[in-house]
Structures are given as structure tokens and as C-alpha cells.
Write a protein that binds this ligand. Sequence first.
Ligand SMILES: Cc1ncc(COP(=O)(O)O)c(C=O)c1O
Length: 390
Amino acid sequence: MRLPITRPFFGPEELRAVQLPLESEWVVQGPFVQQFEDRFAAFTGAGHAIATSSCTTALHLAVVALGLRPGDEVIVPGFTWVSTANVVEYVGATPVFCDIDLATFNVDVDQIEELVTERTVGIIPVHLFGLCADLDPILALAKRRDLWVLEDAACALGAWYHGRHAGTLGVAGAFSFHPRKSITTGEGGMLTTADPELAGLWRSLRDHGASRSDHLRHRDAGSFLLSEYNHLGFNFRMTDIQGALGCAQMDRADWILERRRELAALYDEELAGLGWLVPPHVPDGYVHGYQAYVCLFSPESATPQNVEMLHERRNELMLRLGEEGIATRQGTHSPVLTGYYAERYGLRPEAFPNSVAGDRLSLALPLFPQMTEQDQTFVVEALARAFASV
Ligand SMILES: Cc1ncc(COP(=O)(O)O)c(C=O)c1O
């Protein structure tokens, strides 16, 4: 048996979809990207959706349009993909790391306020692995201290918080369509916002700062003249090939998400008795999107003293599972442990014990819609066998 960590779900519809822009010969951002944006906005309930080349470029565009600049500080979680912090660095501002709550792997809302200084301008909560961060207290704090909240919703398609979809609560949300995500366009991202002015600015900024997209310009009379360029923009556009693929994936999104939830529920049930592996926790009022099924390796509670020993055991367990053909991964990494951030800001791991535990002890199990009940039982049995030998 060979079980990868994930598999995209592509059928004849996706194969046909990517042919359409090739046949039309319009392959850069065009009608399919527009259709994908409209479908995505309708799905999430966001007023506007703006497609980009990745979630990282979506976050980058977002902070540029929000006016982030050198000297500013932005609070980001200590356990997240490094892009969340990198986009703050790109514009010369400073990411300030906040430790996480190990029960949810999301930012610990009780620790945010003490990190707010007179230089803080925003917070980027992350909805890690498809579970929303606890946004109500974050939004309340942001309002009190006049900060913006940008949701890193890279993993959060199908993630709901008290009846609202991720990416519709802060000033904007940024989603990813990397193949590790529930739906994929190869690479790709999407910004969602309710603010029409920001949406217009983001459309321009992703396209070199153009006042009108190439597709509109070519369609309209007077296409021999270029647009106006009044902003310092980027080329962060999605291609129409990706847009067409995104539309085909949207047709399946409900089914994919439903299937992921079913599989997660079965894992929850089968793992409940293990005792040394903590399955994902879903607080009341949340719907988990299960971009990944990430557990915590926890034969004993992690402390700064035992975390490295537990880390070795978790890695040994992952090695054994690999030998049985089962791919696993650490959930994500902790930027505070990366060479760049540790050195640049002299960060000490002891200041972020839960982020370190997330980095060292998280364990993602295979999860993809094509998995069968048999596959899952095999994973659970292999976990028990592997644990007995570590
Ligand atoms: C939390 C988080 N933010 C940002 C990103 C970056 O997404 P992309 O690869 O689309 O740039 C990822 C990707 O894994 C992520 O998990």
C-alpha cells in the first residue's frame, strides 16, 4: 500500500477545462479567471474576490494596499507557513510573533494585546489547517487599538466561524490553491474583501498597476493604446489556464469538502482510543475545512525539557510509517525557529513554547477525497504498530 499525504482530485472535467483557454488562445488572466473569482466570491460570501499567482502574492498585495511600511509592526502567529511573516518583511516592516494555543494550533488570543505597541498597525491571524482563528476577540482588540486584521486563509476553504466563511471577517482574506490545499490550480491565490475600493486597488496592483486589465483592453475599441499606470504594481496575475482549472475545481468544492469532513470524522473516531495522539480539536461554532488532518504527538505533555526527546520519537514514528508506505508530514513549521527570523530578531525558542511544540510534535496524516475506509483503518493500525516500537 502507498498512501501519499494528499492527492489533488482531477477528472475529465479538469482536463477539458484546461483545454478551453488553449483553444481560445487567450491564456493570460481573462474570462476564466473572472469566472473563478465570481464563483469564489459567491461560495465564501465575500463581496469581491481577486485572483493572484499564489497566496503569498495575495498577502503581499494586501499589505501593500493597506499601506504597511518600514517601522510598522504586524502581529503574526509563531506557528505558520513562513509567508505570513515574509510579506511583512518584504515591505520593510517588522513581524512580531505571538505564541499559539496548542489545542487549535492558532494564535493565542490572550497573548496578542501585550504585543501591541504604538508601532503596531495590524494583525494577521492564520486559520491553520482549515480551522478558523478565534476572530471575535481579535476583531474587538483591533477595533479598540485601531488595527487592521488580514486573515491568512491559505488553508481555509470550507472553514466557517459562527456562520461566516473565513476571509469575510477581517479587512481581507488570502487563500491558496497550492496542491496541498483542498482545491488546486497548481499555484494560485485569491484575495477576498467586502471593500470595493480595496478590491479595485488590488486588481490594479496585481497587474503592474494598470487601470484596465489586458483582457478588457483587447476586447474594447482603442486596444492599441496601453492602460494608465498610476500605482507601483506587480505581476501577480493568475493565468486563464489556472482560472479554468479553478472553475472546474469549484464545481467539486462542496463534495471535496464534505468528503474531507467524513474522513476526518472517521479518523477522530478511530484515533480517540490511542491516548498518545491528540486529534484536531473543533471548538463550538466552528466548521473545520480540514485542509489537513493534523494531530499532536503527545505521549506526555511537552515541556521545554522534553520536547526534543519527543520530537525524536515522533520522527522515528514517521519513519516507521513511511516504511509501511504511509506518508506523513509535520503540520507546518515555526518561523521563529527558521535561520532568517531567529538571527534577524534574536528570537529565543523558550519565548514561544507552543509554537516550538507545534513545529516539533505536529503530525499530519494522509487525507484526500479518494481515500477509502480501508486506507484509513490501515493508517490507524500502522500508527499503533509504529508507536509500539518508538
Ligand atoms: C498559512 C499559510 N500561509 C501562506 C501560505 C502560502 O501559500 P502559497 O503557497 O499559495 O503562496 C501557505 C501555504 O502553505 C500557508 O499554509
